[in-house]
Ligand binder design. Structure first.
Ligand code: AMP
Length: 626
């Protein structure tokens, strides 16, 4: 007998989850399912995402629902739209063979009319974010009289996000006789209070230790000076050619800046944060899930609950404010029994935070060196060789083989291999030639950096200097045409055939935008947009008058000359001699005193070009407690 059947799950559901690859229950499923199936008790489960908790409540929920009654019988509340869609999707998958189970997702940022229409058709299960659920309740279009199960998923996070009153209000519309199942990664007093207010003698279950991380995650840290952080980060990405990662930043601004810098540097990255519209967030998430994005740059809130399989690395570009967030972040990798790496790039003053995390997650970090240029080249070379070895052969090449063989008639096999490898290797070697050591030496006892005697500063200076003048252009397309800054960047690059590194600041307004382009590329822009149409409208590009800009800056609140986003001190940046700027942050970065990230290059994220794309968009600032 199947292990899930032994727990009491029906054969049709077992068939569906078997097809999803569920062979054996996870610990929380094993313990929760039999208890929840009884359908007569409240429940508190202390468990992180990644433990299989959705199935732990979803499977018994499906067993307990009366499919003949087309009325809401279960209500799942969760903090974010992403999680809402994920849970809905899981429930739909689990119930594939049960017949007509109607699961309706209710969340903000999408048409409330459509959602109400779906609800009127008769939902068995509603999965909702609290704000939108309350909106719908207030329109008197829903009847919760038959609700027998309410689930509060990621309760701690819902409370963090200020949903307490909404939850109270929603639950007051449900019958007292229902059972409440609460899941939370942590049990702060507020959550404890909810469990006391809404539950009677709940069955309590803790899976793993409160904050204890997943045993399959390796934790690593790298020490770099603040000004070398971006360069160090790129090294780590380049050193892991097969990376499929989530990169966490502390603020929306930082998230946006890093994503844009990466895009400019030719990486396949995009940003996910709360300033994006729901549509934009969906688009980004779809691309990430489809793996057409390699790096997702995210804030904690936006990435909450994201369940994407096979994330290889979580990179803490900045450490979070608290250890709980670190656990949430690292839990995006090593899901469903896989392994993963959680990396933190820290400065020497942050060693205390690392030690604090270690104490709480009860796992040691490994201190690793930021790879040097040679190591990166070697890693990339072998990734290429491996790729060549495993590539699917294309039969269409056959017709050219004779000519190709003739061309190589005088070259040995060894030489051919060498030539193919050199083709890509030379380029990478070029990027990494003279790449400085980015490791900041740390004296742990003193917790201070020892500045390299090798004159790192000197090296840095040689990388800067020179001039790259920018011209500001106006274009009659903007956010009302659905352009984000990233879309605009891509649109310009694609049409004018210029590299993203030639483009400076982009300001997307309602029906128009401004962008900077290195002055010697202005003609390419005019050429590229000559007789160009966008949705039947002639695209118009003009050189912007300085007055336009001042007006814009006044309107948008940018103080005289200060630039929050990168692209600031352009005059100071060296963009010549084939050197690739390692990506932005040239502006006055007041927040942390960082200036340009300077010397490291490594522009393209890997050999072979890959499908590097462009896109993203803008700001958040949070608490600070350690
Ligand atoms: P969750 O904690 O519910 O977000 O689940 C984490 C991931 O584990 C999801 O991708 C699930 O599809 C997967 N999963 C859950 N239960 C099992 C299981 N018993 N066997 C294999 N994968 C599972």
């Amino acid at each position: 007998m199947n292990l899930f059947e032994q727990l009491g799950i029906g054969p049709k559901t077992v068939q569906a989850i078997t097809e999803l690859g569920f062979e054996a229950p996870t610990p929380i499923q094993e313990q929760a399912i039999p208890e929840l199936l009884k359908g007569n008790r409240d429940f508190v489960g202390l468990a992180q995402t990644g433990t299989g908790k959705t199935a732990a409540f979803g499977l018994p929920m499906l067993e307990l629902i009366n499919l003949d009654l087309r009325q809401p019988q279960a209500l799942v509340l969760c903090p974010t739209r992403e999680l809402c869609l994920q849970i809905t999707n899981d429930l739909v998958n689990f119930s594939k063979y049960l017949g007509q189970v109607n699961v309706v997702a209710v969340y903000g940022g999408a048409s409330i009319i459509n959602q109400m229409r779906d609800l009127k058709r008769g939902a068995h299960i509603i999965v909702a974010t609290p704000g939108r659920m309350l909106d719908i309740i207030n329109r008197n279009v829903i009847n919760f009289d038959n609700v027998k199960i309410s689930v509060l998923d990621e309760a701690d996070e819902m409370l963090n996000m200020g949903f307490q009153e909404d939850i109270n209000s929603i639950l007051s519309h449900t019958p007292d006789t229902k059972n409440t199942w609460l899941f939370s990664a942590t049990m702060p007093n507020e959550v404890r209070r909810i469990s006391q207010n809404y539950m009677t003698d709940p069955f309590e279950l803790t899976v793993g230790n409160r904050n204890e991380g997943n045993a399959n995650i390796e934790h690593e840290y790298y020490v770099a000076k603040a000004r070398d952080k971006y360069a160090a980060f790129k090294r780590l990405v380049d050193f892991n050619p097969e990376i499929f990662g989530i990169v966490f930043c502390r603020t929306k601004i930082e998230t946006q800046e890093i994503a844009e810098a990466l895009i400019r540097d030719g990486y396949n990255a995009d940003a996910l944060h709360g300033d994006l519209s729901q549509q934009q967030r969906d688009k980004v998430m779809k691309r990430y899930r489809d793996r057409s994005l390699q790096l997702l740059i995210a804030t904690d809130v936006a990435a909450r609950g994201i369940d994407v399989n096979d994330v290889t690395h979580v990179i803490n570009y900045s450490l979070p404010d608290d250890v709980e967030s670190y656990t949430h972040r690292s839990g995006r990798t090593a899901r469903a029994g896989k392994t993963g790496v959680s990396m933190a790039i820290v400065n020497s003053k942050e060693m205390g935070k690392i030690r604090q995390i270690e104490r709480i997650i009860k796992k040691k970090f490994t201190k690793c060196d930021i790879p040097n240029g040679f190591d990166v080249c070697e890693k990339q070379l072998f990734a290429l060789i491996h790729k060549v070895h495993n590539v699917q052969l294309n039969d269409q090449i056959d017709q050219y083989l004779e000519r190709i063989n003739a061309e190589f008639a005088d070259v040995s096999k060894e030489d051919i291999i060498k030539r193919f490898a050199s083709l890509e290797f030379n380029r990478f070697l070029d990027y990494y030639k003279n790449a400085p050591d980015l490791n900041a030496r740390v004296d742990e006892r003193e917790g201070r950096e020892r500045v390299g005697e090798r004159g790192e500063r000197g090296e840095r200076h040689t990388m800067r200097g020179g001039a790259g003048k920018f011209t500001r252009l106006f274009v009659n397309l903007g956010s009302l045409d659905d352009f984000t800054r990233g879309d605009m960047l891509r649109y310009i690059c694609d049409n004018a055939h210029v590299s993203g590194s030639k483009i400076g600041r982009i300001d997307v307004k309602g029906v128009y935008s401004f962008f900077e382009i290195e002055s010697d590329n202005v003609d390419k822009i005019f050429e590229g947009f000559k007789s160009k149409d966008f949705n039947g409208r002639q695209v118009r590009v003009e050189i912007s008058q300085d007055g336009d800009r001042k007006r814009e800056e006044r309107r948008s609140g940018f103080g005289g000359g200060e630039r929050r986003s990168f692209g600031g001190n352009r005059e100071g940046g060296n963009r010549e001699g084939g050197e690739r700027r390692s990506g932005g942050f040239g502006g006055n970065r007041e927040r942390n005193g960082e200036r340009s990230d300077r010397g490291d290059r490594g522009g393209r994220g890997g050999f072979g070009g890959g499908n590097r794309e462009r896109r993203p968009s803008s700001s958040e600032d949070k608490r600070g407690r350690w």
